[in-house]
Design a protein around this ligand. Structure first.
Ligand code: ATP
Length: 483
């Protein structure tokens, strides 16, 4: 993991936030290559979830196609949203302090891979340690709207993007030609005042989520839950996460959130975790009708019989009243009115980016320009995710090669493909520079190019080199990006 963190810093993928002032715990900046990588992760998600969303077979009995639309909601929402969603009362972790070393951390992390008191990091073993009793800590960042700094101006930075989709359900139904089943997706920043941010960007206080709420008929909700659970798992596999380090884990009944009828986590064996441990990349939850109901009726709790019912305050009235709006859906073909069930695949853009980086990091040995064996560091990123798709080099800085290479470079850029031109240093060194940042294809212009307009195409992973007509390079890159 240290090597990956060092590479991220050295090559400009990820920096500590406000580094010149000593950094700020739990906050990170994406550098010039990191911003491209993370954007590619988010673009791949947007394309696969929205633009090409219905290229997959739907569950038996369900419609063969469905709509998917996007949203971009505000980060600060009406405070009542968080009261009705349950976040105001329930979105907390329990924290404990070590009386010996004053470390503060999450009670549920004691003894886990994320525990800061592992013997290697702490002189005593955590179970012999002096811990304070657990105390509740709400994870939402509080802020104040306008000139009022009192409680009447208090608001929260969203801890998830999901609520934006629920409160806009009616707007989307009324303005778009959508029919249930359909999905609403959004990617954007979320904030959580994590007690112990750690493990690089894995647990940050400001991060990006990619969430989708899929509204369906209650009778088909389990089939759709299964569908999204499998489809989301395959998304990571197709983008290069090795399936032995990736797993799909169903939550046990006692692990389920208050709203959830069923949840499965997509998890990755990050190198900073203990052997055999996995960290969450994405949760796929069957949320039933909890969200639409709570934004209509007010915050819901389970009664003794296990049914969701509005929570009452001491005065016998709903503790946190909902909007009072009817958020049910009327199917004009079946003439049925119902409250849709929701399946939610909720992913983290930063955790996905980190997993792709960890999976891609590879070391091998290759001969350098003099033939001596040298260690090579490469990022085997999927071409869709790589920050740069191609690099163009003139073999040497003479004989018309730079001019030809620059023209080819410009042609690739004009096709909208992120590409770099490099004429500095020996060719082997230039290849290794690109390998280390994950550029999948390098194109070299040499003496023969000037005679016959062919160039050398070199593949980062296989190191295979072949000659291709320069006029076919753009087409070749475009085709390789489709796979
Ligand atoms: P954890 O149990 O690790 O705290 P969670 O179950 O609270 O995560 P969700 O509420 O399901 O996470 O959020 C959906 C996704 O958002 C997570 O799968 C993860 O990818 C991402 N995410 C959540 N918290 C953080 C964080 N502090 N830093 C980075 N990404 C996060």
């Amino acid at each position: 993991m240290e090597k990956i963190v060092a590479l991220c810093k050295r090559r400009g993928f990820i920096f500590q936030s406000s580094e010149i002032y000593g950094g700020l715990n739990g906050f990170w900046d994406y550098g010039p290559l990191g911003v491209e990588l993370k954007r590619n992760v988010k673009d791949a998600w947007w394309k696969d979830m929205i633009t090409h969303h219905d290229e997959f077979e739907t569950p038996p009995g369900a419609p063969q196609s469905f709509s998917m639309v996007g949203l971009d909601c505000s980060i600060i929402m009406h405070p009542q949203v968080w009261k009705c969603s349950g976040h105001y009362d329930l979105f907390h972790d329990f924290m404990v302090d070590c009386k010996e070393c004053k470390a503060r951390f999450r009670a549920d992390h004691v003894g886990s891979s994320e525990c800061p008191l592992k013997p290697s990091k702490h002189p005593g073993e955590h179970d012999k340690c002096q811990l304070t009793p657990p105390r509740e800590f709400n994870l939402m960042f509080k802020t104040y709207i306008g000139a009022l700094s009192g409680e009447e101006g208090a608001a929260f930075m969203r801890p998830e993007t999901a609520q934006g989709m629920f409160v806009n359900f009616k707007n989307v139904c009324d303005t778009q030609r959508v029919r249930v089943p359909f999905g609403i997706a959004q990617a954007g920043k979320s904030f959580r005042n994590e007690i112990t941010p750690r493990n690089f960007t894995f647990r940050s206080r400001e991060f990006e989520q990619m969430e989708m709420e899929f509204f369906c008929h209650p009778s088909q909700s389990f089939a759709w839950y299964q569908y999204w659970r499998d489809r989301r798992y395959n998304w990571y596999v197709n983008l290069g996460l090795n399936s032995t380090r990736l797993r799909l884990r169903d939550h046990a009944q006692d692990e389920l959130s208050h709203y959830s009828v069923g949840t499965a986590d997509i998890e990755y064996a990050f190198p900073f975790l203990d052997q055999g441990d996995f960290g969450e990349l994405e949760g796929v939850a069957h949320r039933g009708d909890f969200d639409l109901r709570s934004h209509s009726e007010g915050k819901l709790v389970r009664d003794a019989a296990g049914h969701l019912t509005p929570e009452l305050g001491p005065d016998g009235k709903p503790k946190y009243p909902g909007s009072g709006k009817d958020l049910s859906y009327f199917d004009d073909q079946t003439r049925e009115r119902f409250l849709p069930h929701v399946i939610e695949p909720a992913a983290g853009a930063d955790r996905a980016t980190l997993a792709f980086l960890c999976e891609a990091y590879t070391e091998d040995e290759q001969p350098d320009d003099s033939g001596a064996m040298q260690q090579r560091v490469l990022l085997k990123l999927h071409p869709r995710l790589a920050p740069l798709k191609a690099a163009v080099f003139p073999l040497v800085k003479k004989g018309g090669m730079p001019e030809f290479a620059l023209e080819l470079y410009r042609e690739i850029k004009r096709a909208g493909i992120p590409c770099v031109y490099d004429q500095q240093a020996a060719i082997g060194k230039r290849y290794r520079r690109q390998d280390e940042i994950g550029t999948p294809f390098c194109i070299t212009v040499d003496g023969q190019t000037i005679d016959d307009r062919t160039v050398t195409w070199r593949d980062r992973d296989t190191l295979e080199q072949r000659r291709l007509p320069a006029d076919r390079i753009v087409e070749e890159i475009v085709n390789r990006l489709k796979t």
